[in-house]
Design a protein around this ligand. Sequence first.
Ligand code: SF4
Length: 63
Amino acid sequence: MTFYCKNLDINTDQCNKLHSECIMGRPGCVLEGRVALSEELEKKIAKLEEERVERVRQRKENV
Ligand code: SF4
């Protein structure tokens, strides 16, 4: 089975919808709730979300 997502930038492997790394099934992904994620991917997603929150916090501090 193959899957094509219109949000994927094939040159960078980045998701144009989430402005982050493409991880199928992550929160906000068009496949959210439709695919099972491994424990390893769940941890990676949690780490990316922590980094995103930290970037937003730092941006607010610099305003
Ligand atoms: S994270 Fe989901 S919505 Fe984004 S490019 Fe990947 S498959 Fe598409």
